[in-house]
Design a protein around this ligand. Structure first.
Ligand code: 5GP
Length: 194
């Protein structure tokens, strides 16, 4: 087990509805040493690609993307959730359905912060059905920038997102892949990874 799998097993809570709660260390209270380790691990895994920007989505992606951007020495940009419609022209826009809240949001990134010269590493905390990642890919490609890879802290391997993103041909690295979890017993099964 790697450091994140160990921590999930220790402090993660399995909720009904395929939700894994990690709010004591990852996305409400944050363990800064753990986040720093996540940053170093993504730098190691993507050390062979040129990265000029790290892109994520608010809110909980920001905490993961920050240490990654620091390791690469590049800016971090986060897509903002917006209800505003008067944004055509200055913004890249994608529609993202929230897995946890079941509503749809437009997410936006200012055209000032992504350009065709950019090589983008997309980072998020969770991968479930893949809507958030597909929105971020769409924004990156609208800018004419290159998606160099996608890094996820926790992929729920029993949901469809990972398969969709890999089938599209993107390089996706997940630090922990949960293949099964049981809300009754709290048991979590991780996928073996090299
Ligand atoms: P997707 O777009 O892949 O369906 O869902 C990814 C987004 O939903 C992530 O940005 C994350 O914030 C949220 N999410 C999905 N599944 C979970 C989960 O089991 N636990 C938590 N805390 N967030 C989740």
């Amino acid at each position: 087990m790697n450091f994140l799998e160990e921590r999930i097993r220790k402090d993660g809570i399995v909720k009904p509805g395929h939700i894994l709660k990690v709010d004591s260390f990852l996305n409400h209270q944050m363990d800064i040493a753990l986040l720093d380790e996540i940053g170093r691990e993504f730098k190691r895994r993507f050390s062979d690609v040129p990265v000029t920007k790290v892109l994520t989505i608010e809110a909980s992606g920001i905490a993961i993307a920050y240490p990654v951007a620091r390791e690469f020495g590049v800016p971090m940009v986060f897509a903002k959730k917006s209800k505003s419609i008067n944004i055509e022209g200055e913004m890249y826009v994608a529609e993202v359905e929230s897995f946890t809240h079941k509503n749809k949001n437009q997410v936006i990134v200012s055209k000032k912060f992504l350009s065709p010269d950019d090589h983008v590493l997309i980072i998020d905390d969770f991968l479930a059905n893949g809507c958030a990642l597909q929105g971020l890919i769409s924004i990156t490609e609208s800018a004419g920038a290159t998606v160099e890879g996608l890094g996820i802290a926790v992929e729920k391997g029993f949901q469809i997102g990972g398969k969709i993103i890999r089938n599209l041909g993107y390089r996706l690295e997940s630090l922990a892949i949960v293949d099964a979890m049981d809300p009754e017993t709290g048991a979590i099964t991780f996928r073996e990874q090299p």
